[in-house]
Ligand binder design. Structure first.
Ligand SMILES: CC(C)(COP(=O)(O)OP(=O)(O)OC[C@H]1O[C@@H](n2cnc3c(N)ncnc32)[C@H](O)[C@@H]1OP(=O)(O)O)[C@@H](O)C(=O)NCCC(=O)NCCS
Length: 380
């Protein structure tokens, strides 16, 4: 067979869009065989980042692979000079099924890393399903990425009924300026906190930031005072830019879904949440920047989550689930309502792109991970 020449180049919307969309449809990702519908904009997942790129792999004028990357500054403890590092996020790697195991995925990753390096990036990182062996082998065995964090993706279905919220809890929406100052003061030192938090909060996909406290507890003062117990979160409307569809679900999940929906139909008085049909495209709200402080703040987090649920159930017929992603050891795991059956661990892998960061990198990947981790909604 004649040798086909492989070219890696930047994505050109006008010429490549249809082929990239087609490739995305043909590439089922990981054991869940999930497929992403970018609703006409294949760059939708990176467009909101401070710097981004999409590369395509072409063989004889045929598009056979694609990769995306974004760059931003985040908090990384002990990273000189000011606990800040420039990180490059790798996402959306896809190679056409019949072109796999020929080095195309590797060529795309290599070119993306070169772009990161030319932009002075300290660390590249990627998030993958822990059972996606092809992806894990590629990044860890071939490119030397190291397992870094294992946050948990918490998923809760959206029910048609509203959840009641305790009358002694006050929930208020805060302005972007106030939200930014709360985030910088209380979450600024959390690992991977983005330095451009204001861009996230001001983005049209960000539906708002809400705080909760108990009635009668001291208020949020103009000089940064906070109540004894309080919580906050923000909501990102991911369904506005893409939809997801699962190709396969574990048999246990299918069985449970069927039984659960049947019980709900037989006993409507139980008001059970019906599980969404994950096999047809669905959107979701992503709760980010979830923070709690004070002895009774768990209750406040739960109230905020109910509030977000009720908002989704009222405002968006496409929003079928509420998603949050929290650090593996984060206390929030206990307070953010989720279905264990639907929730899953995520695997973040990281690689140092600069030699001088070696000692720091060792520390980053071997120390016990901090409890909390900021998950940027732009990277979901
Ligand atoms: C993951 C994917 C991009 C790999 O693309 P590819 O072009 O086949 O990758 P390469 O040929 O460069 O393979 C590089 C290395 O990855 C690993 N690898 C690739 N496919 C693998 C598989 N099916 N099983 C196990 N390891 C695999 C191997 O270590 C391989 O090196 P080797 O061929 O020398 O053994 C491709 O399988 C794909 O598009 N999968 C669906 C989408 C996806 O899961 N993307 C990753 C999301 S983070």
């Amino acid at each position: 067979m004649p040798f086909k020449e492989l070219t890696i180049r930047g994505y050109e919307c006008q010429n490549d869009r249809a082929q990239v969309e087609d490739l995305e449809r043909r590439c089922k990702v990981g054991p869940s065989q999930s497929v992403l519908d970018a609703m006409g904009d294949p760059m939708c997942r990176i467009r909101n980042s401070p710097m981004c790129i999409m590369l395509v792999a072409e063989e004889d004028n045929e598009l056979v692979g694609v990769i995306q990357g974004s760059i931003k500054m985040v908090t990384v403890h002990n990273h000189p000079p000011k606990d800040m590092a420039k990180v490059g996020y790798v996402l959306g790697l896809r190679v056409a099924p019949y072109s796999r195991r020929k080095g195309i995925g590797s060529s795309l990753v290599q070119k993306l890393e070169e772009w990161f390096i030319s932009n002075d990036v300290d660390y590249a990182y990627v998030a993958t399903e822990k059972d996606n062996h092809a992806s894990i082998n590629l990044f860890m065995n071939k490119f030397g990425y190291i397992k870094f964090r294992t946050p948990t993706i918490l998923i809760n279905p959206v029910n048609h009924h509203s959840f009641p919220i305790s009358s002694n809890i006050e929930i208020a929406r805060v302005k972007v300026e106030k939200a930014e100052s709360l985030y910088r003061n209380f979450m600024g030192s959390i690992e991977f906190f983005p330095s451009d938090i204001e861009n996230i909060l001001r983005n049209k996909l960000s539906l708002g930031t809400w705080v909760a406290c108990f009635k009668g507890d001291s208020d949020f003062g103009p000089d940064g005072q906070v109540p004894n117990s309080w919580a906050m979160l923000s909501v990102w409307n991911s369904g506005e830019i893409f939809k997801l569809r699962l190709g396969k679900a574990p048999p246990s999940c299918l069985l449970c879904t069927k039984s659960w929906n049947l019980i709900g139909r037989i006993f409507p008085c139980l008001k059970l949440a019906t599980l969404p049909n994950f096999f047809s495209p669905f959107g979701f709200y992503f709760m980010y920047g979830v923070y709690q402080e004070g002895p009774f703040s768990g209750k406040l987090v739960r109230a905020l989550c109910k509030f977000v649920h009720n908002m989704a159930s009222k405002k968006s017929e496409h929003c079928k689930i509420i998603v949050a992603e929290v650090g593996g050891r984060d206390e929030l795991n206990h307070h953010v309502p989720h279905w264990k059956l639907l929730s899953c661990p995520d695997l973040w892998c990281i690689k140092a792109l600069k030699n001088e960061g070696t000692g720091m990198f060792h520390e980053l990947t071997t120390n016990t991970p901090p409890k909390a981790l900021f998950v940027d909604p732009r990277e979901v």
